[in-house]
Design a binder for this molecule. Sequence first.
Ligand code: FAD
Length: 513
Amino acid sequence: METSTLTDQVTPAAPESSSAPESPVVPASGPAVVAIIGAGFSGSLLALHLLAAGSPGPKIFLIERRGGFGKGTAFATGNPAHLLNVRAANMGAFPDQPDHFLSWLRRQPGREAAGPASFVDRGTYGVYLQQMMTAAACGPQAAGRLVLVPDEATALRRRPDGRLGLRLAMGREIAADSVVLALGNFAPELPDSADPALAGSPCWLGDPWSAAGLNRIGTLDSVLLIGTGLTMVDVALALDGRGHQGAVLALSRRGLLPRRHRPEALHPLPKPLSVAGPLSQALRQVRAAVRQAAESGLPWQTVIDALRGQTTGFWQGLPPDAKERFLRHLRPWWDVHRHRLAPMVADRLDRLTGSGRLAVAGGRVRALVPVRTQDASGRDTGPAVQVTWTPRRGGPEMTRLVRHVVNCAGPGCDLARSGGELVQGLLAGGLARQDPRLLGLDVDIHGRLLGGADGQNAPGQGLYAIGPVTRGTFWEITAVPDIRVQARNLAATVLTDLAARPNRTARPIADSS
Ligand SMILES: Cc1cc2nc3c(=O)[nH]c(=O)nc-3n(C[C@H](O)[C@H](O)[C@H](O)COP(=O)(O)OP(=O)(O)OC[C@H]3O[C@@H](n4cnc5c(N)ncnc54)[C@H](O)[C@@H]3O)c2cc1C
């Protein structure tokens, strides 16, 4: 993809200790500048909506540290066994065109007959996003307005002129009026049970989405996968695809595996489903709806899908103690029913477990200790990890030596531990704060970051977040059908906030249509 070069709005970063007067990089009366950190689905779609707002619109810097704009973590995989877990008909990037992806897919050679209920490989979806970004970046609306920046954002500060200074790893600073964090999921945290030395061990793969990490695993090596959700399934399939023959154990507290999608498209429920009331009552309503659906010959998946549009509102209406109870008791069950496997993926998983190549167990990991192993003659045979866990169904503590441990425990949410340099700096500087239940960054219902000493939402602050990192406020904000709505709405919020500021030209979306 063509990448515009950084020009007028990027300056060498001032040294930390510099007391030299700041000169605004953009004249106060020029176009507003929006910097978006992260060009996965969330950041890319937000950029497209901001561009579509027409002229005069803000200048957009889209900053991405990995090669390529548009794909992000989920859709950069080149493994054809990694399938979307949402049907093609609902993966369109725009809320008012859910079949936008399907139409694109059917224009691709050899894909003309793609069905709406099909589950396409994630890499193809990445090509769809990347092509859209390329077209936008080369289109007339982008001229002078969209700058793709292949760099890592490392720090953010409030400048003396009131704007935001975004520091990049290459040593430059972008002066922006608004900054949007579209950072995606963070790698899972090191489990509390792990010896801290494990983090530096060659046996420890802390980032389950790193293909390079999986390359370290030898064909016959034994492997422990911590977690039994979608990420674990991705890793198990990737190992299988590489011809891995060693023993693989997947371990989580309950040992629950994601359920499977129905192969056919689902008919909607005969009557709209509305869930309300306290948590226990809502649970009873869902169970009753599942029973009624079964009586009409409809699978439980129909009920879960019918909840999608109301999950965010229901979550936002729950009192804090009910949210805690949901997270403690119901979340594992919700996750496996809500985030399901494409039938072909579920079939492969069944084959792996059926053949004994993958064992799945429930239990609490007690210790993960890096060790060195020896053969019968006492010769050093390399590093390994000793795993100790208590089985869920009781019985004596179990211990096993494995050559590798892959952390598939789900995205890291305690950002003080997993957030990386940029986010940890924001938290330390008070520009952002964590969600009270450590689910991500605290944002208001429009996506504005809550931070500062009083935590009050200040529209003029110019800081926003989008995507999975906002799950504390939105809960149902994991997949494309939800994030595409958030991207459209956040673009409107950013433009409205900018328009309310003096000397900044950016029209609200409503004015541009
Ligand atoms: C393995 C996996 C499979 C998934 N499968 C599906 C699916 O089938 N269907 C579906 O609807 N959803 C799926 N999802 C959910 C997915 O999270 C969302 O659909 C969506 O892709 C999230 O996009 P994002 O832009 O928020 O995050 P990401 O795609 O993670 O993008 C965030 C980007 O920000 C960049 N970044 C982070 N920090 C910085 C920084 N400091 N400086 C510069 N760049 C930075 C990262 O490099 C990354 O490219 C999957 C998620 C994962 C992890």
